[in-house]
Design a protein around this ligand. Structure first.
Ligand code: ATP
Length: 171
């Protein structure tokens, strides 16, 4: 499936703003073209939801979540940053493992069974992308996703296509 990545990012961003009005969400994008990635839209959505759900779940004090997007010629990068409890160096290596949870006692009341991140990783890698984590206890976490761009629809091109379509619709 050809998925316009930024459209999905924007949609999930808006959904989270609505669902969690007590949080401040920001979206900072350097992506000015319209990168298309070969990924099921639902899969990309699911990955973003897993990461944002976690960011919300593990940010009890500073309720601020920052999403950023950038691109180069080959790939598009999306980063999700929170300022929550963070993850120790030891645990950073393990959180992508199936059923791994950092603090079993403490996170039990937060629900979940330690599957989210392993699913996110499996999905992203299944599309030849990468997912990585940088974190520090007490300071928060940044999850980064990179996905290979299939093609780029420049905005100009998209507009042209659209007006072409409108013309033929009117014909
Ligand atoms: P679920 O299966 O519902 O996603 P989960 O959140 O426990 O439950 P994962 O998403 O796989 O499972 O996360 C694994 C563990 O990594 C979590 O239990 C939590 O300890 C830690 N973790 C994940 N995201 C963050 C985050 N943004 N900040 C701090 N810790 C996190």
């Amino acid at each position: 499936e050809e998925t316009p990545v930024m459209r999905v990012v924007n949609q999930v961003f808006n959904d989270f703003k609505m669902i969690h009005p007590d949080f401040t969400f920001t979206l900072d994008s350097d992506v000015h073209s319209n990168p298309i990635v070969q990924i099921y839209r639902n899969h990309l959505e699911q990955v973003l939801i897993i990461l944002l759900d976690n960011a919300v779940k593990y940010s009890t004090k500073r309720k601020e979540i920052h999403i950023s997007a950038s691109e180069d010629t080959r790939s598009v990068q999306i980063a999700i940053q929170d300022f929550g409890e963070g993850i120790s160096e030891e645990d950073v290596k393990k959180v992508f493992n199936r059923f791994y949870r950092v603090d079993k006692a403490r996170s039990r009341d937060k629900g979940g069974n330690g599957l989210g991140l392993s699913i996110a990783q499996r999905l992203i890698e299944g599309y030849h992308g990468k997912i990585s984590l940088e974190s520090s206890v007490g300071y928060g976490s940044i999850f980064r996703i990179t996905l290979p761009i299939d093609k780029v629809e420049t905005n100009k091109q998209a507009t042209k296509e659209k007006s072409k379509k409108e013309k033929s619709d009117n014909a």
